[in-house]
Design a protein around this ligand. Structure first.
Ligand code: SF4
Ligand code: SF4
Length: 341
């Protein structure tokens, strides 16, 4: 693995140099928010922000995406695609929990049985530079309880660790190493930098104060589809879907056709298991009519079904659903309550 040192005041110039060669998305300040935006000349990429409110999943799995277009003609229906596909792109400044979410999304969209060409095209053409959480930003972070770490490199091609006056840059994949060639001359990392990183890694893990029994509840979930506990968690839920839309690992979608005259397009849009309409079938039957059933599904999907199917929990512990639920439903509490049953 190639390792380099980047002086703090040189980072912005290096990322801007990349943006002259390819499309670069980076976190930038936007009024009270931090958003990933296309980096244009003179824009300052943020390297010391906490995290974005929206997870970066939309780069590979957009909120709305045209899958194909069609036209009714006298010869029948003619199909056409959507242009040439995604451009080469760099996604700079992803936090480790969100970088790890891409590995979980890969399990769904790029698996042996099913390959989603829309997702895979964008994912393959994107190089991800993550920023290690030397100081985990929120009390709601619980990445260490679900298989992650604040300084994990999972899902990243390049990991930057803030060592004070410089960054340690680790080029962890061949894609990352290819990017190194475009970054210009950078000095090699020394043993002292690696030792500092090790020390910071231990401290960052200790700084995570939320501990959730994420891995322990599976046996209970296996046995308790019907249990009075499920009557307790959904009571205040508004079914707004905020938790699922902000979640970096939620990936449910709906497919519909928009037709105007003889032209049509097939589009895919994000959907949410928190919605009544989500499971409504064409016959009118709805197998999940209550919010209780929908909340059970959300929890079961993340901590049981995904584990059964892919041997991983479908939660990276980013804490977004905890922070932004308007009625303060806290998935950490639910999981920990289950662990005591
Ligand atoms: S954010 Fe809260 S209120 Fe909205 S659907 Fe999720 S759990 Fe329910
Ligand atoms: S379930 Fe909540 S904490 Fe877990 S990844 Fe999704 S938004 Fe983050």
């Amino acid at each position: 693995m190639e390792k380099r040192l980047i002086k703090k005041d040189a980072l912005s110039g290096i990322i801007n140099k990349l943006s002259e060669q390819m499309l670069v998305y980076a976190p930038v300040k936007d009024e009270d928010n931090v958003l990933f935006k296309v980096l244009e000349k003179g824009m300052e990429p943020l390297a010391d922000y906490s995290n974005t409110r929206n997870a970066p999943k939309n780069f590979f799995f957009p909120k709305t995406e045209t899958m194909m277009r069609y036209m009714r003609t006298e010869r029948g229906i003619e199909l056409s695609g959507e242009g040439e596909g995604a451009p080469e792109m760099v996604l700079f400044g992803v936090r480790p929990c969100d970088a790890r979410s891409f590995i979980l999304l890969d399990k769904v969209f790029d698996q042996e049985k099913y390959k989603d060409p829309y997702y895979i095209d964008k994912r393959e053409k994107t190089t991800i530079i993550s920023l290690a959480c030397v100081h985990p930003p929120y009390s709601t972070c619980f990445c260490t309880s679900v298989g992650g770490h604040p300084m994990s490199s999972e899902g990243a091609d390049v990991v930057l660790t803030d060592l004070g006056d410089k960054y340690l840059a680790e080029f962890v994949t061949p894609k990352g190493e290819k990017l190194l060639e475009k970054m210009g001359d950078l000095s090699k990392a020394d043993d002292a930098a690696e030792a500092t990183k090790e020390e910071l890694s231990k401290k960052s893990e200790e700084a995570i104060t939320s501990h959730v029994a994420g891995r322990e509840i599976k046996p209970w979930l296996d046995e308790n589809f019907e249990h009075p506990f499920w009557d307790t968690i959904h009571q205040s839920c508004l079914a707004c879907g905020t938790c699922t839309y902000l979640c970096p690992t939620c990936h449910c979608f709906d497919i519909s056709d928009e037709v105007k005259g003889s032209d049509g397009k097939r589009i895919r849009t994000w959907d949410s298991c928190m919605y009544w309409l989500f499971t409504k079938e064409t016959s009118g039957h709805n197998p999940r009519t209550s919010q209780k059933q929908r909340w059970r599904q959300r929890l079961m999907h993340k901590f049981k079904y995904f584990v059964d199917n892919f041997d991983a929990i479908a939660c990276v512990g980013c804490g977004r659903c905890v922070m932004y639920c308007p009625v303060n439903i806290d998935i950490r509490k639910i999981v920990n309550d289950i662990s005591k049953l």
